[in-house]
Design a protein around this ligand. Structure first.
Ligand code: MG
Length: 155
């Protein structure tokens, strides 16, 4: 068993789509970034790569590279899963926490779990997605941005 941890944060920008765990959440603002800026999938990929000690997403998908401009992070996640399989790893489970004051994420959690489970070719019981706020403190609390944490086990 190998454990991995990932963290990511993005600034919110008005007019950007708010895509989290591959699911578009209705919002007037979304995470800004080079790819689709899916902060939750970015944290998850770093956790997966961390568990295998295969670097991080900055190494795999450099943001100077225009191939990843506006990229679908779920597609990048599929590539990470393929890389792990190449190295002989089997996915165990993942637990993701998204931290944002707004938008409200509770109605979309099940869709997020399903989307990730499909992309990762695993059962939905192996994917946990949670959402929390930081009680209006700090950059997630004042609406400046959003962050996500992920832990995974690989076998
Ligand atoms: Mg990111």
């Amino acid at each position: 068993m190998r454990i991995g941890y990932g963290y990511d944060a993005h600034r919110f920008k008005a007019g950007r789509p708010c895509i989290l765990c591959g699911v578009q959440v209705p919002s007037e603002f979304g995470p800004d970034g080079h790819s689709d800026a899916d902060v939750a999938v970015h944290a998850l990929m770093d956790a997966l790569l961390g568990a295998a000690a295969l670097g991080d997403i900055g190494k795999l998908f450099p943001d100077q590279d225009d191939r990843w401009l506006g990229a679908d992070s779920v597609e990048m996640l599929r590539q990470v899963m393929a890389l792990l399989a190449d190295h002989g790893y089997t996915f165990g489970n993942a637990d993701i926490t998204i931290v944002a004051q707004k938008p409200k994420l509770a109605p979309y959690i099940d869709a997020m779990r399903t989307r990730l489970a499909q992309a990762m070719e695993t059962d939905v019981v192996n994917i946990s997605v949670k959402a929390t706020t930081e009680e209006k403190m700090g950059f997630t609390g004042d609406g400046t941005g959003i962050s996500a944490h992920a832990v995974v086990l690989l076998v």
